[in-house]
Write a protein that binds this ligand. Structure first.
Ligand code: ZN
Length: 372
């Protein structure tokens, strides 16, 4: 099969898939293409060529809309923008200054998160001490159980595979301890907001863990219900089909028992999923691989990570076949005062610049196993 080189030829690529995969693609995705045709005055010519390379490219723009029929999530890709090289924010120097300023402000003794035992509260059951992190009870909570996983490392972009694995293990251990005290609180959610564009209020590296009761968080429950409906309608596991379709299109990278996907319906730039049946070493290592690719190869400085996972105990709902899924995406240039989300993202369908095929190119590496 000839792999498509761009999101603009997704429909053509899907048409060439073997019949069973084509069926799965059509069950999951809806693709439509529209043409944007601005008529710029001659006075804009120089500006257009300067910014987009050619006036013709601007006069005829193919916009690709991809919608996941199962989860009703979707993205609008404008190849005019997507075909441009991924821009580095060039903000490294100012970021390092910012991190140094914090140290200077605290007279080089570190920030509050550098001293979590004296500057952060514990939970009623105490704290979980990991190899590279320590939990704190969040002062202003999102939910009844809400921990901060404070990294030993102050610098938010300095992390290793062992550190990432520890942050995840520490969060899971915290969730088990909270669940033991409060058995009805059984739905865990791990999140990692890195630097201010992502919503992080503290610069020092940290992740968070929340544990809820009654039902899972709305977005996670939405995926569960969607997957159940898919199973009932087609007699197939939604996540297995999702992986198979991405793999067939050249958008999947196998990492042991975990699979990394460059999502066809990213909520924002470069959204990548990592899927495995449980939170095993492959899944932890794959998350580290994705984050390293983002930071080192795609010049990402601010990102969001979330982990969708089933509850810690048996519940009334059907979680059969629901895997562990990381969702990772970029949050834009640290220097930019403009938000990367607006009315389209909140209320319609996300507008995305980065072509998932370029994300897959970056995630591809000869050291990983079974490259698709
Ligand atoms: Zn610190």
């Amino acid at each position: 099969m000839t792999k498509p080189r761009a999101i603009s030829s997704l429909a053509e690529a899907a048409a060439t898939l073997p019949a069973d995969l084509r069926t799965a693609f059509d069950r999951i995705f809806h693709v439509s293409v529209s043409l944007g045709q601005p008529a710029p005055p001659s006075t804009m010519q120089a500006w257009i060529v300067d910014h987009f390379g050619s006036a013709d490219a601007v006069r005829r723009q193919r916009i690709v809309k991809v919608t996941n029929r199962v989860t009703l999530e979707g993205a609008l890709f404008n190849p005019l923008r997507a075909q441009r090289p991924i821009e580095a924010p060039h903000a490294t120097a100012s970021l390092e200054n910012e991190i140094d300023n914090i140290r200077t402000e605290y007279q080089w003794e570190g920030c509050n998160f550098c001293h979590p035992l004296t500057a952060t509260p514990a939970d009623v059951f105490g704290r979980v001490r990991g190899r590279h992190s320590l939990t704190a009870s969040n002062v202003a909570k999102c939910d009844g159980w809400h921990a901060v996983i404070v990294f030993d490392e102050h610098h938010p972009l300095h992390f290793s595979a062992d550190q990432v694995a520890d942050y995840l293990d520490t969060g899971q251990q915290w969730a088990r301890m909270a669940h033991q005290l409060d058995p009805e609180a059984c739905y865990p959610f791990f999140l990692w907001n890195c630097l201010w564009r992502s919503g992080a209020s503290i610069l020092h590296g940290h992740a968070q863990m929340v544990l809820t009761r009654g039902m899972h968080y709305a977005r996670v429950e939405h995926w569960r219900q969607a997957a159940i409906r898919y199973q009932q309608a087609h007699g197939a596991n939604y996540f297995a089909d999702l992986v198979a379709v991405h793999r067939a299109l050249g958008l999947a990278v196998d990492h042991g028992t975990a699979t990394i996907l460059a999502s066809l319906t990213p909520f924002k730039e470069k959204e990548t999923h990592v899927i495995a049946p449980c939170l095993n070493d492959d899944l932890k290592s794959a998350l580290n691989w994705v984050l390293n690719t983002f930071v080192e190869r795609l010049d990402v400085q601010s990102f969001n990570v979330a982990l969708y996972q089933p509850p810690l105990t048996h519940t009334a709902e059907n979680w059969d076949g629901f895997p562990f899924v990381f969702r990772i995406l970029e949050r834009g240039d640290l220097r930019s005062p403009t938000s990367d989300v607006g009315s389209m993202e909140f209320f319609a369908q996300s507008v995305v610049v980065t072509d998932p095929f370029r994300v897959a190119d970056a995630l591809y590496d000869e050291s990983t196993e079974g490259i698709s």
